[in-house]
Design a binder for this molecule. Structure first.
Ligand code: Q9C
Ligand code: ZN
Length: 396
C-alpha cells in the first residue's frame, strides 16, 4: 500500500514584512514588541522543510516606486493597495501612517532606529475631536494603545503585509488557472484585526482581513457585468470572517459592524485585551444587525470548551451561506502564550483546522478560503503549531 501524499498548502510570504521591528509598553516596561520578525522567521524555517509550498512575494518599495520597471506583473503597486485600503481606512489615517515617522525624524524627535509611540489619547468629550496639530498628540489620535510603535519601516511592512492578503485573493480567483487553490495562507505581519478605520493598536496598522474582503468583493464581480450595487449592498458576495486569535478583533468588528455582506465571528478571551469590545451583546447595527457574533470564552478554558463555541460559530457561518471564508488565525490561544490565557495544545490545532475545513468546505458550499496570520508569540513553538493546523486542514 502506498501512502497518500499529504496535500500542500500554498503559503505566501514577503521578506519586506520582516523590516518592521518596534517596542511596546507592557505593564510598566518598554520592551521589544512581542510581535517580532522572528515569529515569521520561525514559521519560514518550519514550513520550508515541510511538504507545503512557500511562495515569496516582493512588494515594491513605496519610496522607489519605479513604474517603468515592472519586474513582476502580478505585483500590486502602492496605489492599488492604498485604493483598496481606503475602502476601510480613512485617508487622514493612511496619510498619518505614511508620514509620521519622517515628521518626527525631521523634527529631531526620534532616532532613525527607534519608534514613534503615542502619549495621549482622545477621551470622551462633548464634541468629536478633530486631528490635533501637535505631532505628539497626532500619534495618540490615530492609535488606541502603546503596542503599535511606528518605525521607519512600519508603513512599508504594513503595505507588504496587506499586499500578501491581496495576492492571496487574486490567486484564489485566478481566472487563468484551471485549478486555482481552494485555500491560501498568507503570512501577514504586521497583523491586522485590531486596526479599525482610523486607529492602529494591538500590533496592527492596517486591517488585512478588511482589505481581503474589499479585494474579493471587487474582483469576484464578474467582468462585463458592472452591477450597480444598491444602497443596502444587495448583490455583494458574502464573506465570513472567522477570527480565531486569542484577542477580540475590535478593528474588523468595527469596520463591518453595519455591513450585512460580511459576517464577523470571533472566539476570544473574555474580559481580555482589547477590553472594551468583544461582548456577546455586540451583534451589529443597522443593516448589519445579526451579522456580528462575539463568542467570549473564559480564560483557562481547554480545547473541549473552545470546540463547543467553534461549533456554534461554524453553524452560524453555514447558515449565512458565505461565498468566501477568511480565517484570522492567531496562535496566542496556545497554552504557553505570554499574551493568551487558553489551554490549547499543539495537537488541538489539528483538530481545530480539520473541524473548520470539513464543516465549511468539505461538507458545505464554501470553496475558497484565505487564512491570514494574526497573533501568536511563543516563537519556538509557532512553527509546529502552524504545521499542526495545516495537517488538520488537509483536503480529503
Ligand atoms: N495587558 C495580537 O495578538 N498588549 N495583538 C496587551 C495586555 C497588546 C495582541 C497587554 C496585545 C496585542 C494581534
Ligand atoms: Zn492576539
Amino acid at each position: 500500500m502506498s501512502a497518500v501524499a499529504p496535500s500542500t498548502m500554498l503559503i505566501l510570504h514577503d521578506p519586506s514584512t520582516l523590516l518592521h521591528s518596534t517596542v511596546e509598553l507592557l505593564g510598566a516596561k518598554l520592551i521589544p514588541a512581542l510581535e517580532s520578525p522572528e515569529r515569521i522567521t520561525a514559521i519560514l524555517e518550519s514550513t520550508s522543510s515541510s511538504h507545503h509550498t512557500l511562495r515569496t512575494i516582493n512588494f515594491k518599495d513605496p519610496n522607489t516606486n519605479d513604474t517603468t520597471n515592472p519586474t513582476n506583473s502580478t505585483n500590486a503597486t502602492t496605489s492599488s493597495i492604498l485604493d483598496l485600503l481606503s475602502n476601510t481606512h480613512s485617508q487622514p489615517y493612511l496619510t498619518h501612517l505614511s508620514s509620521i515617522f519622517q515628521t518626527w525624524l525631521s523634527a529631531g524627535l526620534v532616532e532613525p532606529n527607534s519608534s514613534v509611540l503615542p502619549e495621549c489619547f482622545p477621551f470622551p468629550a462633548p464634541h468629536k475631536p478633530s486631528e490635533p496639530k501637535d505631532v505628539y498628540a497626532r500619534v495618540g489620535y490615530y492609535a488606541f494603545d502603546m503596542s503599535s510603535g511606528i518605525t521607519s519601516s512600519t508603513y512599508f511592512s504594513t503595505l507588504a503585509s496587506a499586499n500578501l492578503a491581496l495576492e492571496g485573493v487574486k490567486l484564489l480567483l485566478a481566472p487563468d488557472s484551471s485549478s486555482p487553490p481552494r485555500t491560501i495562507l498568507a503570512l501577514t505581519r504586521p497583523p491586522g484585526h485590531h486596526c479599525d478605520g482610523a486607529r492602529a493598536g494591538g500590533y496592527c496598522y492596517a486591517n488585512n482581513a478588511a482589505l481581503a474582503v474589499s479585494a474579493y468583493q471587487q474582483l469576484s464581480t464578474p467582468a462585463g457585468h458592472d452591477q450597480v450595487l444598491s444602497a443596502d449592498r444587495k448583490g455583494k458576495p458574502k464573506v465570513a470572517i472567522l477570527d480565531l486569535d486569542f484577542h477580540h478583533g475590535n478593528g474588523t468588528q468595527s469596520i463591518f459592524y453595519s455591513d450585512p455582506s460580511v459576517l464577523y465571528i470571533s472566539i476570544h478571551g473574555e474580559d481580555e485585551f482589547p477590553y472594551y469590545t468583544g461582548a456577546a451583546s455586540e451583534t451589529g447595527s443597522g443593516d448589519g444587525r445579526g451579522f456580528n457574533v462575539n463568542l467570549p470564552l473564559k480564560t483557562d478554558s481547554s480545547y473541549a470548551a473552545y470546540a463547543k463555541l467553534l461549533d456554534t460559530a461554524l453553524d452560524r457561518i453555514k447558515d449565512y451561506e458565505a461565498d468566501f471564508l477568511i480565517v484570522s488565525l492567531g496562535f496566542d490561544t496556545f497554552e504557553l502564550d505570554p499574551l493568551g490565557k487558553f489551554k490549547i495544545g499543539t495537537e488541538d490545532y489539528e483538530t481545530m483546522a480539520r473541524t473548520v475545513r470539513h464543516r465549511l468546505m468539505r461538507d458545505n458550499g464554501i470553496n475558497k478560503a484565505l487564512i491570514l496570520l494574526e497573533g501568536g508569540y511563543v516563537i519556538d513553538r509557532l512553527g509546529e503549531n502552524l504545521l499542526s493546523f495545516l495537517k488538520g486542514w488537509e483536503e480529503d
